[in-house]
Design a protein around this ligand. Sequence first.
Ligand code: NAD
Ligand code: 44H
Length: 382
Amino acid sequence: MKALHFGAGNIGRGFIGKLLADAGIQLTFADVNQVVLDALNARHSYQVHVVGEQEQVDTVSNVNAVSSIGDEVIDLIAEVDLVTTAVGPVVLERIAPSVAKGLVLRRANGNEKPLNIIACENMVRGTSQLKAHVLKALPEDDQAWVEEHVGFVDSAVDRIVPPSASATNDPLEVTVETFSEWIVDKTQFKGELPNIAGMELTDNLMAFVERKLFTLNTGHAITAYLGQLAGHQTIRDAILDEKIRAVVKGAMDESGAVLIKRYGFDADKHAAYIQKILGRFENPYLKDDVERVGRQPLRKLSAGDRLIKPLLGTLEYDLPHANLVEGIAAAMHYRSEQDPQAQELVALLTQTGPQATLAQVSGLDANSDVVAQAVKAYNAKA
Ligand SMILES: NC(=O)c1ccc[n+]([C@@H]2O[C@H](COP(=O)([O-])OP(=O)(O)OC[C@H]3O[C@@H](n4cnc5c(N)ncnc54)[C@H](O)[C@@H]3O)[C@@H](O)[C@H]2O)c1
Ligand SMILES: O=P(O)(O)OC[C@@H](O)[C@@H](O)[C@H](O)[C@H](O)CO
């Protein structure tokens, strides 16, 4: 089996790429980072430090790399059995034209083997969003063929992988936690279901996606935003701050109450899931900066993402949401010199003030009670 994985970054090298290569799949990474591409093609292997009570160093071998801009990636799409991505939600639209060109070539070459495409991003049904971009980039004449031969498979992906703190400045080395979970929607595959160790198949994906995104990522983001406000550099330092921990746990409980109502999760099991996540945030073997976890605040404050979607659920079911509101207010205070979305947020706040800014980025009604509550919490943190 051959696979092409877009994005040789933290989760690409540290989780999805490792899992595919470990399964004996012939793996090529596609990326835009020339340093990473050159290193992969020079060595065809890299090390993954799996850190926990005991550190384990795994070597991922027999991997190749191509630039995701150019013809090689198009040729590969015409040939491989599986395409995966971990490039970040905003990049999916950028890779779609190459995917579309590869599919046109695949058809022209007469390759009728099933191809499955799985986006492994922190978003609800990311592959379906990639599919919409690909279909837009495809000539109309090829669309029915693609619908028939290409499976666009949604997934949920969970493993905390901060940028590596390689002592040797190795651009390929990556440090990961022991926990990992990759759940894919088995109803969307074309051809035989794959049997890849570490990939779980489900016919109930939405429950898993929302459970992960609106528990772990909700809590993670709020830890980052409150952590930065309190002057903490890392997620571990932030979650060990009792005041922050109380709000983070409260927000995960509030979001959890929505998930329990919506999906019928067992309340005790969900409470245990939250406790386990708090332990993962505390991991003493990972150095995860609040700036990484808080990155792209406009995406995180958008209507379908980890802060606003759970809040909307609490409004729908008339449930408490004070801690989620605290988290949203803290997100509006997020600052980063490196992050264009953080700069845009500051510009919006300066030009239009917190009420209009929140309404614009989240889609919430500017005159709603909940926006008034968030603005009050925002001003209290100023
Ligand atoms: N790191 C984590 O803990 C983690 C866990 C679960 C899910 N995710 C999700 O995985 C995705 C990637 O996150 P990450 O932390 O690995 O980020 P990252 O920045 O480490 O990796 C992204 C990679 O994509 C590459 N890239 C950018 N534009 C590209 C293009 N046009 N074509 C090909 N490659 C391109 C970058 O060069 C980089 O190597 C995000 O959606 C994130 O939410 C991350
Ligand atoms: O990748 P983002 O920016 O959507 O979110 C930042 C972190 O919360 C995220 O990368 C987690 O580490 C990951 O989702 C754990 O599975």
